[in-house]
Design a protein around this ligand. Structure first.
Ligand code: NDP
Length: 296
């Protein structure tokens, strides 16, 4: 079997086009422009690239982008004061604090100071609780993107065996909650899981979110399974820098029914889902119907 490639780049472009359509409608019919505020503390080069890309794509779909760049030695009080200001600003519908924060800042405290209704990353403890209890919440962008691709490919996920490798708060755990919400039978695997190959071999859906280059070989994949590779790992091969996932793409593509590539799979969906979440937050805060197909 040669797997169908799930093209995250094309899918993300479709999501962004849907968001742009809805934003245009909101402006025309309601005079509202959704706004996303992104806060960056310090000068981490990777974070700077992400923030630039988020700002650019926000503007491209017709939303307002507010970038707040703070010095690396910004005090917790000053950061909390900025978040308080953004929480109370009616032009701001979504707030994202770029992680990781410099060591002297308490990430949990900062994230939990964001108004949960504006928490477009879905990391606030209230949103985590709402997701865990199957209530309407803001859903973390990366798992939301994975869910959208799975739903698009399969239609219903009901009754499927899914394994999520990785139990982080930003990917693994919310991914497992979303799959459970869609009635999959879910196993969460991690570094202490016994006989991981056997666990993966039983799964109809494999979501790999580990951060270890190509650790899942093709012979762990059940024939015809769907493989979603969240991992982004920079390696050097044949003297060149290369991005690879957590799955060994070449061998897995020979057994899977469908697979996301790295790059061009889950990655582009993350920012598209951030824009979708900002639109959702804007609609909710204005008592308007939520955009269809862009939420969990
Ligand atoms: P974390 O480091 O927070 O979590 C990694 C998880 O993998 C942990 O739960 C860990 O288990 C588990 N793990 C580590 N080694 C093994 C092993 N040998 N076998 C099984 N499980 C193992 O990572 P993140 O969740 O933040 O990110 C995971 C990957 O996804 C990274 O490559 C990251 O770059 C990528 N990523 C991609 C995004 C995108 O937009 N596409 C967005 C976010 C992340 P334990 O808990 O026991 O330590």
């Amino acid at each position: 079997m040669v797997a169908q490639v799930i093209d995250g780049k094309a899918f993300a472009a479709k999501v962004r086009a849907q968001v742009a359509d809805q934003v245009a409608k909101l402006k025309e019919e309601n005079g509202i422009t959704p706004g996303l505020a992104v806060v960056l503390v310090g000068e981490d080069p990777a974070s700077q690239v992400y923030v630039r890309s988020k700002g650019k794509q926000t503007v491209e779909v017709g939303m307002n982008s507010y970038e707040h760049k703070l010095d690396a030695d910004t005090s917790e009080d000053d950061l909390l004061a900025l978040i308080d200001k953004l929480n109370n600003d009616p032009a701001v519908h979504g707030i994202l604090v770029q992680l990781p924060l410099p060591k002297h800042l308490n990430e949990d405290l900062v994230i939990n100071s964001i108004d949960p209704a504006k928490d477009v990353d879905g990391f606030h403890i209230s949103n985590v609780g709402l997701l865990g209890t199957g209530q309407k919440s803001m859903v973390p962008c990366t798992p939301l993107g994975c869910l959208m691709m799975l739903r698009d490919y399969h239609g219903s996920l009901s009754g499927m065996d899914a394994v999520v490798i990785g139990r982080s708060n930003i990917v693994g755990k919310p991914m497992a909650q979303l799959l459970l919400g869609d009635s999959c039978t879910v196993t969460i695997a991690h570094s202490r899981t016994k006989d991981l190959p056997d666990v993966v071999r039983r799964a109809d859906i494999v979501v790999a979110a580990v951060g270890r280059p190509e650790m899942v070989p093709g012979d762990w994949i059940k024939e015809g399974a769907t493989v979603i590779d969240v991992g982004i790992n920079r390696i050097e091969r044949d003297g060149k820098n290369k991005l690879v996932g957590d799955v060994d793409y070449a061998s897995a593509a020979e057994r899977a029914g469908a697979i996301t590539p790295v790059p061009g799979g889950v990655g582009p969906m993350t920012i598209a889902c951030l824009l979708a979440n900002t639109l959702t937050a804007c609609c909710r805060s204005n008592g308007l119907p939520e955009p269809e197909g862009l939420t969990a």
